[in-house]
Design a protein around this ligand. Structure first.
Ligand code: 5GP
Length: 133
């Protein structure tokens, strides 16, 4: 059965999409721990991140870098943190978490409330900052 992320990639489930290329897809996490919390997903359905073939692992990190730079430019956090966890959704993905203060928690217990309108605005802002290097 397709993973929830594959359904998002195929457009069967809506998402706040940020970017896509042949092999990767980026969208806002629906339960963010910071405004602009983004997921970068290789389209290939592989559960464990480190089971990705080297070339795909590398391209996923390069794609994540592009999205992180767009987050940095658009939302102006101190920097963007990275977590690879995969304990909930069995489809490899990278969490990009904008860090706005030095003591900001990266714990997944610290969810923030972000309205639907703000989620739309965040996705748009990040998407518009892609390729503006
Ligand atoms: P992990 O697998 O890395 O432990 O966490 C999976 C992440 O995916 C969680 O942060 C969760 O909020 C996010 N997530 C789960 N289902 C959906 C969904 O349907 N849409 C979006 N945008 N994010 C999801």
């Amino acid at each position: 059965m397709a993973t929830i992320f594959t359904k998002i990639i195929l457009g069967e489930i809506p998402s706040y999409k940020i970017a896509e290329d042949e092999r990767h897809f980026a969208f806002l996490d629906i339960n963010p721990i910071a405004e602009g919390h983004t997921l970068v997903v290789p389209k290939k359905e592989i559960d464990y991140f480190f089971d990705l073939p080297d070339s795909h692992l590398q391209s996923t990190i390069s794609f994540a870098k592009k999205v992180a730079r767009a987050i940095d430019r658009s939302l102006k956090p101190l920097r963007t943190g990275v977590i690879v966890q995969g304990l909930e959704v069995p489809h490899a993905h990278v969490h990009l978490i904008p860090l706005y203060t030095h003591n900001q928690s990266m714990s997944f217990s610290n969810k923030v409330d972000v309205s639907e309108d703000r989620m739309k605005e965040l996705a748009k802002k990040i998407a518009e900052s892609l390729n503006t290097d």
